[in-house]
Design a protein around this ligand. Structure first.
Ligand code: NAD
Length: 261
């Protein structure tokens, strides 16, 4: 159903982004990958997706905490795909955990840049072309931390709250043009970002990973289960479908019951 569409998925060399790229490719979209990774692994991903789904898969690197790299990425997309992108998935991100009084200023700047400024800059660059085409999807992979706070995550929580605001503005500015913009707010998803926090918990509490998981999820996910990248990717796919034509400006949670608390 997504044949001839081009999807740019930031941070698609790992975790949620890689799964979103895979699911979109499976549905016929040509993929522009982005993210950090060693070149061999990037090539593996490209070859695997191309062979399996017979779509175009290109990789454009760039550090999305840096405005100059975001600009270069936009230029490279323009020369590779003169028609522009049809689907923009703002997904790249990382976490930094620290008390406010110790929070490194450069981490604050980097997190705001990658989680909030990069989605704004990419949308700003591609939006005019999307309007001309009369169809488009902008999907921001936000987080439950866009709706709820946790201690020691000042930059991440602030940026994720911010990107929900950006989502709503984009939705209003594109309303009626065939473009939709929505945000997905996952709880904890089983990816390297989550596993790193789990390992730290196990270390801090001197327990095994299974116990750490229960302790970690107990205050957040009433289901006590972690979400999979595939589950998030299927929600993104739904947002790209015709069934979601009238969904815009929405904030979709997938959170093991977290927001019901
Ligand atoms: P991940 O670490 O598996 O993947 C992050 C991706 O972003 C990788 O491809 C990485 O190379 C890329 N990336 C990191 N820094 C970058 C930079 N400076 N420039 C360009 N690319 C960069 O993480 P994930 O868990 O899949 O996270 C993806 C998104 O989902 C993030 O925005 C994250 O905040 C969000 N999220 C994750 C969880 C979770 O529990 N894992 C929960 C809610 C939201």
């Amino acid at each position: 159903a997504l044949q001839n569409k081009v999807a740019l998925v930031t941070g698609s060399t790992s975790g949620i982004g890689l799964e979103v790229a895979t699911v979109l490719a499976r549905n016929g979209a040509n993929i522009l990958l982005n993210g950090f990774c060693d070149p061999k692994e990037i090539e593996n991903i490209q070859v695997r997706l191309k062979r399996k789904y017979e779509v175009d898969v290109n990789y454009i690197g760039g550090d999305l905490t840096k405005r100059i790299d975001v600009n270069t990425l936009c230029q490279k997309v323009d020369s590779l795909c003169p028609g522009g992108v049809d689907i923009l998935i703002n997904n790249a991100g990382f976490q930094h955990v620290s008390r406010i009084e110790d929070f490194p200023l450069e981490k604050w700047d980097e997190l705001l840049a990658i989680l909030l400024t990069a989605p704004f800059l990419l949308t700003r660059h591609f939006i005019a072309r999307l309007k001309e085409k009369g169809w488009g999807r902008v999907i921001n992979i936000a987080s439950m931390h866009g709706l709820r706070a946790s201690p020691n995550k000042a930059a991440y929580v602030s940026a994720k709250h911010g990107v929900l605001g950006l989502t709503k503005v984009i939705a209003l500015e594109t309303a009626g043009s065939g473009i939709t913009c929505n945000a997905v707010c996952p709880g904890y998803v089983d990816t390297p970002i989550y596993r790193k926090q789990l390992e730290r918990k196990a270390l801090d509490e001197g327990c095994d990973l299974e116990t750490a998981k229960r302790k970690f999820l107990q205050p957040v996910h009433p289901t006590l289960e972690v979400i999979t990248s595939e589950q998030v990717a299927e929600l993104v796919l739904f947002l790209c479908s015709r069934a979601a034509d009238q969904m815009t400006g929405s904030v979709l949670t997938m959170d093991g019951g977290w927001s019901a608390r």
